[in-house]
Design a protein around this ligand. Structure first.
Ligand code: ADP
Ligand code: ASP
Ligand code: MG
Length: 440
């Protein structure tokens, strides 16, 4: 069995949904088809939630109506028969009635998560209606029946596995199962989600649950590129990556993959393929356990980073100092991305600022604290680059014009990370692109 996940742009237009139908019926293999919301829908739902959180009901209503209009024209282009169109009208009516009812009740975070779930519910139901219209046999699999997260927001893989398997045994003859990415239930049995871009994570969790042969992530680009194509003009796809390399790139900003989506596949050794819905025969990127190739393979960048430096003469020759620092971050459930130390100071970076005030206050008990916001991490990734001669020199040669705030080297054999002012990120990425790759 395999997983085929299609992102927002892959289902965002009626003709693309038809293409998805062609792709899932190309072979006769059993598959779970995981869909995102139509492109733009989750952003629109976030906007509705924000308007409601600020008690701007008119604005929320305007946003609901505009999204509603989009779906009303979408389904007419998607479906041809009266029977299918009647079904689609009913689906759209049900979900927009729900959004309109929310306007009348008092808003809270649980309701917000319900709002965010509407996108994937709509896309999968409309797609399933298309399959019915075209007589493609398929089973509709509600993700809320089996996808769950615990109180720490971590997916409950053993539970997911048990539930999903117990559902699938009821359909021994069926070949196509359609389900939602992104959405799940939380420990309070409320509707929740796996954070923005989370459909990739859903796909790899489902892949791990059913021990899939492969998890295919179908998107709008022909695989993982060697640099951020939104920023750098000249980029190229990478045919092969190891799990570690892909995880580093995803974690450090390559938007094509949700940062957590590699670990479930890695744990069960399931290949992940990144493929282009618009160019289905392009090679794409295959991610497996195999470590191969040499030199720098790709660069990724993540902004919205804050650097915190704790300086203390007490650190000098003292043991236990770092533990005290890390305990503070642990208490506030704030994860650290990069660390550098000297004898009298330690610098760390974080991207979640929800508890910055409390963390700073506690750190001040240990020493002098400096906080620098608006930083960016640039990660240079490749097989064993931390052990290959000259790589660091080449990287630094590309960046002679840019002040580097932190360098992390040797933590992983596959990664060199640098921290600099976010304003310099784009130029630094371009300069590294010219200096580190062969362009003929
Ligand atoms: P989907 O909606 O299919 O999940 P996303 O927008 O989440 O698609 O991810 C695909 C996008 O990721 C691409 O269109 C591209 O702009 C962006 N991207 C950022 N970094 C990279 C990279 N290194 N390689 C490929 N795509 C990247
Ligand atoms: N629809 C969700 C988002 O836009 C999840 C996803 O597309 O992966 O973030
Ligand atoms: Mg995505």
């Amino acid at each position: 069995m395999k997983i085929m996940k299609f992102g927002g742009t892959s289902v965002g237009k009626p003709e693309r949904m038809h293409q998805v139908k062609d792709l899932i019926t190309r072979d006769n293999q059993k598959k779970i088809v995981v869909l995102s919301a139509l492109s733009g829908t989750t952003n629109a739902l976030v906007g509705i939630g924000e308007a409601l959180a600020e008690a701007k009901k008119d604005l929320a209503k305007e946003r609901i109506d505009s999204l509603h209009k989009h779906y009303q024209s979408f389904y007419k282009e998607l479906l041809k028969t009266d029977a299918a169109r009647t079904k689609a009208e009913k689906i759209i009516k049900e979900h927009f009635e729900f959004l309109n009812i929310i306007l009348k009740i008092s808003f809270n975070e649980a309701i917000n998560r319900d709002i965010l779930a509407q996108g994937e519910l709509l896309s999968t139901k409309l797609f399933y209606t298309l399959l019915q219209e075209l007589d493609v046999p398929a089973v509709f699999l509600p993700a809320l029946d089996f996808m769950s997260i615990d109180e720490n927001h971590e997916p409950e893989l053993p539970k997911i596995t048990e539930k999903l398997k117990s559902i699938l045994v009821n359909f021994p003859q069926d070949r196509i199962f359609v389900t939602q990415g992104y959405i799940c239930k939380n420990h309070r049995n409320e509707v929740d989600n796996l954070k923005r871009g989370g459909s990739d994570y859903s796909a790899s969790l489902m892949g791990a649950a059913i021990n899939a042969e492969v998890v295919e992530i179908w998107t709008d680009i022909d695989g993982m590129h060697n640099n951020d194509p939104r920023i750098v003009d000249k980029t190229k796809p990478i045919a092969q990556l190891s799990f570690d390399e892909a995880a580093e790139l995803a974690y450090f900003g390559a938007k094509i993959l949700h940062p957590a989506s590699i670990w479930p596949a890695q744990k069960y050794n399931i290949a992940v393929k990144l493929l282009n819905t618009m160019e289905p025969d392009a090679v794409g990127t295959t991610i497996t356990a195999k470590e191969q190739g040499s030199g720098v393979k790709a660069i990724a960048a993540k902004d919205g980073i804050t650097a915190i430096k704790i300086k203390s003469s007490r650190m000098l020759l003292a043991y236990g100092f770092l533990r005290k620092v890390f305990e503070i971050f642990e208490r506030y459930k704030t994860s650290i991305d990069m660390i550098t130390t000297s004898e009298v100071a330690v610098s760390v970076t974080i991207d979640d600022l929800s508890h910055l005030k409390e963390i700073t206050k506690e750190l001040e008990k240990l020493g002098t604290v400096e906080v620098d916001k608006n930083q960016a991490i640039i990660s240079i990734v490749g097989n064993m680059i931390a052990e290959s001669k000259g790589t660091v020199a080449n990287v630094m040669n590309c960046l002679t014009d840019y002040p580097i705030r932190m360098v992390s080297y040797g933590g992983s054999r596959h990664n060199i990370s640098l921290l600099l002012d976010a304003k310099l990120k784009n130029e630094a990425l371009k300069s590294l692109n010219e200096g580190l790759f062969q362009w003929n």
